[in-house]
Each structure stands twice: as structure tokens, then as C-alpha cells.
Design a protein around this ligand. Structure first.
Ligand code: FAD
Length: 379
């Protein structure tokens, strides 16, 4: 018998699919990038399992409880060398999709990362602004920028070719790949993770529940993970084009303010960012923050608005999303719910849910394989 799996939340969906052709019943709780990616990999890995995705929000929705549609989304490594598995393992697949699968809505884009010496005490050791980053070996064309390529007020920088994902295309594409692999999608709001056991479309109890509920895991009964916290991200989406992505290590404005841009593939507009505001749950865009975001971008790159300043920007939408941050890092682990049911958690990806999506979903598959090996006779 193949196992029955239910995925709660879109992100876990890809993991569940992997398990689906082997009499395993999986429930995936979530339709974010983590659930969908998990489900897709599961569907490829496990033949014959029944995979159901149950989620409150699905691709096409825009809601403060659903981070994935708001993301830029690009691949700008944020991890330390030691913690780089998720991003390292994701890059080759995003690169392959960009080269070979145009309908996924991803394109290559030159990235320029600028460092200010005054930010380096905090930013200079780890992540995107590291002075000696682990990812210089990941990108074929990584190089340090020359002094004459720097933005005013910055001291050093690096450049490489990365990708930008149009999430409005990519999330429905992932959903379509899952449907093609036999995954069944259902709307549902769970008060307790235990409810997922009864939500498989087969009518049989789920053997494994994939929990990819993002920030929702903070209040989901049976999980209630107090280590989760929102990092508020306000953005402006404009019709103007800026073919080079840019990120700067700091600004002269408020401590939570950032400066970054990325142009989405296939006419998706350009995202202007942003903020990184820990523990702020506010869902409404703040007009003062929006003005600061736009002003910083036109000052750094006047060409985006043909030199006309903020007035030269053509706004499609103002937006706010909450990055699902987890103190202590992402939670990817298995847990026994009762004698016949297991949970595999995959949540807490903060600002790197896309760029770590395939690496994390791969780990979900490993954990499902481990559970199946332990209870071979049943699954
Ligand atoms: P979510 O997308 O939040 O999905 C959670 C799912 O679980 C939803 O389907 C929800 O309905 C469901 N759910 C939750 N609770 C329940 C419940 N009780 N019952 C049923 N369903 C439930 N990442 C990058 O890699 N690159 C970027 O450039 C980038 N830019 C970003 C820019 C912004 C403005 C923001 C906000 C985020 C950005 N991120 C980026 C981060 C990225 O968006 C997140 O890490 C990622 O989307 C998290 O996905 P997720 O699937 O785990 O959670």
C-alpha cells in the first residue's frame, strides 16, 4: 500500500507529491512556495502515494497571512557558509528552470550588491554582504566591482548573474505541475494539525502530514511555535524597468529601511524595496515608508524614472508581506503524532523561502523516506 499524505500549506505541497504513487497517504498543509515545492519533489520520488494539499490560501490570493505571492522573488544568498545547504541545493534547479522552462516565469538578471563600510560590523560577516562570501564559487561570473561601478556612498560591492521569479506566474505553474502529478488541492482552515489526518481526498487517514504553514504555525494547534515572528516587508511594484537588480547594505533612513530592486520576468513589473521590520504585524502599506522607498531608488538609479524622480514612477501596487522568521532557524524535522501518523515540518524560511525551496523540499523527501523505512510493513 502507498502512504496517504496530506500537506497543510502550499509550500509543503511539492514534498507530498513525491510520495504519491506508493500507497502512502500524504496531507500537505499549505499552498505557499514551501508546500508546493515539497509536494512536487515527493510526487517525483514516491510512486503511488495519494497526496492532498489543504490550504487556507492558494495561488491567486493576496493576503497578509500568505507570504509567497508578495516576494520579489530573487536568488540573493543570505546564509552563512555552514548553513548554505538549502540555497546551494536550490540554485541548480532554479537555473535549469530559467534555461529550459520559460512557462515557469523566471529570468536571468544581473545582480549588483553594494556594501557600505559603516554597515560591515553587522552585515560584513555573513550573508549577502559578506566580504568573502561562500557563493562566489556558486555563480560562474561572480566578481568584485571596480571603484567606478559603485553607487555614491558605497565602498565596495560584487556582481553576478542571478534570477528573478515572477511569483504570479511561478506559483500557478508549480500548482499545475502538482496537479499533473495527481495531487489533489482542497481549501481548508485547520485549527489543529491533527485535523489533517482526516483530510485526505481518499477518505483514508493520512499516514504523513507535511506542515508548511509558514507563520501560520505560530497559532496552529498542536504546533504553536512561539519561536516564529513576522518580519514586515513593504514594497512598491512599478511598471518602470531596471534590468539590473540592486541591493545596498544599509540606508540613512530608519533602521528597518532597506534598498533593493528586481525586475520580474515576463512583464511582471519591478519590485522596489523595502523594509525588514521585526515583530511588526501591520498589513496596511504606510505612505511615508512608500515615499522613502521610491525616493531612495530614484536617487540611486535616476534612469529608472528617466530622471524625473518619484513623479516618473508608474505604480502598479503598494504591498506588504510578512516574512516567516523563526528564532533558531528553519524547522525541518519529523515528529510522531500518534501510533500511525507522522508529521514532517518545513516552515520558518524568513526572507529566503524561494531561494531555499528545492533544498528544503529535498530534505522533506529524505525525512519521508526515513519514516517509510522505519515502518516498512505499513507504508
Ligand atoms: P506562505 O507563503 O505564507 O504559505 C503558508 C501557507 O499555509 C498558505 O497557503 C496558508 O494559507 C497556509 N496555512 C497557514 N496556516 C494554515 C491553517 N491553519 N490551515 C490551513 N492552511 C494554512 N524569498 C526569496 O527566496 N527571495 C526573495 O526575493 C524574497 N522576497 C520577499 C519579499 C517580500 C516582500 C516578502 C514578504 C517575502 C520575500 N521572500 C523572499 C520570502 C518568501 O516569500 C517566504 O520565505 C516564503 O514565501 C514562505 O513560504 P511558505 O510557503 O513557507 O509560507
Amino acid at each position: 500500500m502507498a502512504p496517504t499524505i496530506v500537506i497543510v500549506g502550499y509550500t509543503a505541497y511539492q514534498s507530498i507529491l513525491h510520495e504519491c504513487r506508493s500507497s502512502l497517504t500524504l496531507a500537505d498543509l499549505s499552498a505557499g512556495v514551501s508546500g508546493l515545492t515539497s509536494a512536487l519533489l515527493l510526487s517525483k520520488s514516491i510512486k503511488g502515494c495519494d497526496l492532498t494539499i489543504v490550504a487556507k490560501h492558494m495561488p491567486g490570493d493576496y493576503d497578509i497571512e500568505y507570504a509567497s505571492p508578495w516576494a520579489g522573488a530573487n536568488f540573493e544568498p543570505m546564509s552563512s557558509r555552514e548553513g548554505s545547504r538549502w540555497e546551494r541545493r536550490t540554485w541548480p534547479e532554479l537555473k535549469r528552470l530559467t534555461e529550459e522552462v520559460p512557462e515557469a516565469g523566471i529570468h536571468f538578471q544581473k545582480s549588483r550588491v553594494y556594501r557600505r563600510n559603516k554597515d560591515m560590523e553587522v552585515e560584513g560577516q555573513l550573508g549577502l554582504f559578506a566580504l568573502d562570501p561562500w557563493f562566489k564559487d556558486l555563480f560562474d561570473d561572480y566578481r568584485e566591482l571596480n571603484k567606478d561601478e559603485l553607487l555614491p556612498g558605497t565602498d565596495s560591492g560584487c556582481g553576478f548573474t542571478s534570477v528573478c521569479i515572477n511569483t504570479a506566474i511561478y506559483l500557478p505553474w508549480l500548482l499545475g505541475q502538482c496537479r499533473k502529478a495527481g495531487v489533489i488541492f482542497k481549501r481548508g482552515v485547520l485549527g489543529n494539525i491533527r485535523e489533517a489526518k482526516t483530510l485526505s481526498h481518499t477518505g483514508r487517514p493520512a499516514d504523513i502530514i507535511i506542515n508548511t504553514t509558514g507563520l501560520g504555525a505560530r497559532k496552529l494547534g498542536g504546533v504553536e511555535d512561539a519561536a516564529l515572528a513576522p518580519i514586515r516587508a513593504q514594497i512598491v511594484l512599478v511598471r518602470n524597468e531596471l534590468p539590473t537588480m540592486l541591493s545596498v547594505s544599509g540606508t540613512e533612513d530608519e533602521p528597518a529601511d532597506l534598498i533593493y530592486t528586481m525586475q520580474r520576468a515576463a512583464g511582471g513589473g519591478t519590485i522596489l524595496g523595502g523594509t525588514y521590520d521585526m515583530n511588526n504585524w501591520e498589513s496596511a502599506p504606510d505612505p511615508n515608508i512608500a515615499l522613502r522607498i521610491m525616493r531612495r531608488v530614484v536617487e540611486a538609479r535616476p534612469d529608472i524614472a528617466n530622471g524625473k524622480g518619484v513623479a516618473g514612477l508608474d505604480v502598479i501596487r503598494h504591498g506588504v508581506g510578512l516574512r516567516p522568521y523563526r528564532h533558531g532557524g528553519v524547522r525541518i524535522e519529523d515528529e510522531k503524532l500518534d501510533e500511525s501518523t507522522w508529521i514532517v515540518h518545513n516552515y520558518g524560511h524568513a526572507g529566503w523561502g524561494y531561494q531555499g525551496s528545492y533544498g528544503c523540499a529535498e530534505r522533506v523527501v529524505e525525512l519521508v523516506d526515513k519514516i517509510r523505512a522505519q515502518v516498512k510493513s505499513k507504508l
